[in-house]
Design a protein around this ligand. Structure first.
Ligand code: PLP
Length: 454
C-alpha cells in the first residue's frame, strides 16, 4: 500500500498538479489549499484538525449529512454484485430502474420519467437538446431559442454556462452560444426600486412575455429558471413571480424548465421546488440532493407531454453518457432517498427545523448591516447593506461578503458569500443547537464589519 504523504507534501503536490474549479490559481498557490479530511453529521475536519460547522452542505448537496454508513454499504454491495453496466441500447440495471421510479414518485403528477446524467451540468445539456428535439419532432424546427435569466446558474458546460447569466463566465470561452437570451431576475432588494415586491415580481415575470414577443413565439423553445436562484445569491422571488411565469409559458406554448439541482430533494420543505411554488415543469434537471453528493449522479425529470413525443415521434434520442444511470451511484441515491423518507426529512424541513431556521435567520435583520434576511426551508439569503433605510449597497460588495465569510471561517463556520449576500444551505438534518451556532457565529462576523467601520 502507498504511504500517505505528509500534509505539507500534499499541499505541495496539490499546488504542482491540481487545477481547482472556481479558484484563483495564483492566490491558491500563495495561500495553500485547504485540505478536508473527514466529516461527520454537519461537521467537516481539515488536515490541521480544525473542525467546521458546514452550513452549506458541501455545495448545496449533502442533504442527509455526512457519515451515513448505510449509503457506503449500499454502494459497496452494488459494486460487488455489478460495478458497472450501461443504460444504452435498451439495457438497464435494477438500481437505475428503481431509482427512476422512486424519483418520479416524489415529483409532480406529470413527471413520470427520468433521463440519468452524472451532474447538473450534463442535465442542463440534456434538457437543452431534448427541448429542441421535441419541437422539431412536432414539425416546428424553428422553435430553438431558449430564454434564461441574468445571474442564473445552470452549470459549467458550454450550454450550462451559456444558459447561466453570469457575465464573468460568459467572458471565458466566447459565451453564450447562439440561441440563448437572458431576461432580468426577480431580485427585488437590488432592482425593485420604488415598486412593492408583489408589483416587481409581476413586472419581471412579464419580461418573459416581452422577450417572447420580441423573438417570435414560433421561435422560442423554452424558458429555464431555478425556483430560487442559488449561486446567484439565494434570490427568493416575490410570491407573484412563479404563477405568472407558469401562466405565460402555458399561454405562449413554450416549455417550462425548472432547474431543481439545488431545490430538489427537500431543501425547500417539499420534495421539489416546483411543488413549493405550485408550478408544473415540462422538464426539470436534478442532481446534488439526489445522492446527497455521496456519488456523482444527476438527471432530467421528463413530463408526460415531452416523453410522449420523444417516444412516439422521435424514437431514438442520440444522447447519453457512459455512466448514465450508473448502478453504484443509483444504489447510493436509492439509499439516500430511503433515508430522507424514513427520517421524514422533507416534513422536518417544512414543519419543524425550517420554521426554526427561518425565525433565527430573520432575527439577523435587527443587525445594522443587514438589509434583509430571507429563507425558504433550509435555504437562506442575507443581504448586507451600507444603509438599511435606503437599501443602499456597499460600493465593493465582493470585499464585504468575503470579509464576513472569512470571519465565519476563522470561527469554524462555513457559509458562502455571493457579492454582498451571505448564503446558507445546511444539511436537512441540522439540529436546533447547530442552527443557533450558525446564527451566533454569523452575528459576530456582522459585528466585525461594524467594528471595522464598514
Ligand atoms: N443547476 C444549478 C441550479 C446548480 O446550482 C448547479 C450547480 O451548482 C448546476 C445546475 C450544475 O450542477 P453540477 O455542478 O453538478 O454540474
Amino acid at each position: 500500500m502507498n504511504e500517505k504523504p505528509s500534509i505539507s507534501n500534499l499541499a505541495a503536490i496539490d499546488a504542482a498538479h491540481h487545477i481547482h474549479p472556481f479558484s484563483d490559481m495564483a492566490e491558491l498557490n500563495a495561500r495553500g489549499t485547504r485540505i478536508i479530511e473527514r466529516a461527520e453529521g454537519l461537521f467537516i475536519t481539515d488536515s490541521t484538525g480544525k473542525k467546521y460547522l458546514d452550513a452549506f452542505a458541501g455545495l448545496w448537496c449533502v442533504n442527509v449529512g455526512y457519515g451515513r454508513k448505510s449509503i457506503a454499504e449500499a454502494a459497496y454491495r452494488q459494486m460487488q454484485e455489478l460495478p458497472y453496466y450501461n443504460a444504452f441500447f435498451g439495457t438497464t440495471t435494477p438500481p437505475a430502474t428503481l431509482l427512476a421510479q422512486k424519483v418520479a414518485s416524489h415529483a409532480g403528477p406529470n413527471l413520470n420519467r427520468v433521463f440519468f446524467t452524472n451532474s447538473g451540468s450534463e442535465a442542463t445539456d440534456t434538457w437543452f437538446r431534448m427541448a429542441r428535439v421535441y419541437w422539431k419532432a412536432l414539425g416546428k424546427p424553428q422553435k430553438t431559442q431558449v430564454i434564461a435569466r441574468k445571474n442564473g446558474y445552470h452549470g459549467s458546460t458550454v450550454a450550462g454556462a451559456s444558459l447561466g447569466g453570469m457575465k464573468l463566465m460568459h467572458e471565458q470561452g466566447n459565451l453564450p452560444i447562439d440561441g440563448i437570451h437572458h431576461i432580468n431576475q426577480p431580485y427585488w432588494y437590488a432592482e425593485g426600486e420604488h415598486l412593492s415586491p408583489a408589483e416587481f415580481g409581476l413586472k419581471i415575470a412579464r419580461e418573459l412575455e416581452t422577450k417572447i414577443d420580441e423573438l417570435g413565439e414560433d421561435r422560442v423553445a423554452a424558458f429555464v429558471a431555478e425556483p430560487i436562484q442559488g449561486a446567484g445569491g439565494v434570490i427568493i422571488p416575490p410570491d407573484t413571480y412563479w404563477p405568472e411565469i407558469a401562466r405565460i409559458c402555458k399561454a405562449r406554448n413554450i416549455l417550462l424548465v425548472v432547474d431543481e439541482v439545488i431545490c430538489g430533494f427537500g431543501r425547500l420543505g417539499e420534495w421539489f421546488g416546483h411543488q413549493h411554488y405550485g408550478v408544473e415543469p415540462d422538464l426539470a434537471p436534478i442532481a446534488k440532493g439526489l445522492s446527497s453528493g455521496y456519488l456523482p449522479i444527476g438527471g432530467v425529470l421528463v413530463s408526460d407531454r415531452v416523453a410522449e413525443v420523444m417516444m412516439n415521434e422521435v424514437g431514438e434520442f442520440y444522447h447519453g453518457f457512459t455512466y448514465s444511470g450508473h448502478p453504484v451511484a443509483a444504489a447510493a441515491a436509492l439509499e439516500n432517498i430511503r433515508i430522507i423518507e424514513e427520517e421524514g426529512l422533507v416534513e422536518r424541513v417544512r414543519d419543524d427545523i425550517g420554521p426554526y431556521f427561518a425565525a433565527a435567520w430573520k432575527s439577523l435583520e435587527s443587525h445594522e448591516v443587514v438589509g434583509e434576511a430571507q429563507s425558504v426551508g433550509l435555504m437562506g439569503g442575507l443581504q448586507l447593506a451600507a444603509d438599511k433605510a435606503t437599501r443602499r449597497r456597499y460600493e465593493k460588495p465582493d470585499d464585504i461578503g468575503t470579509l464576513v465569510r472569512n470571519h465565519c471561517l476563522e470561527n469554524g463556520l462555513i457559509l458562502r458569500a455571493t457579492g454582498d449576500r451571505m448564503l446558507a444551505s445546511p444539511a436537512l438534518t441540522i439540529s436546533r443547537s447547530e442552527v443557533d451556532q450558525v446564527i451566533e457565529t454569523l452575528s459576530k462576523a456582522l459585528d466585525h464589519l461594524r467594528e471595522k467601520g464598514l
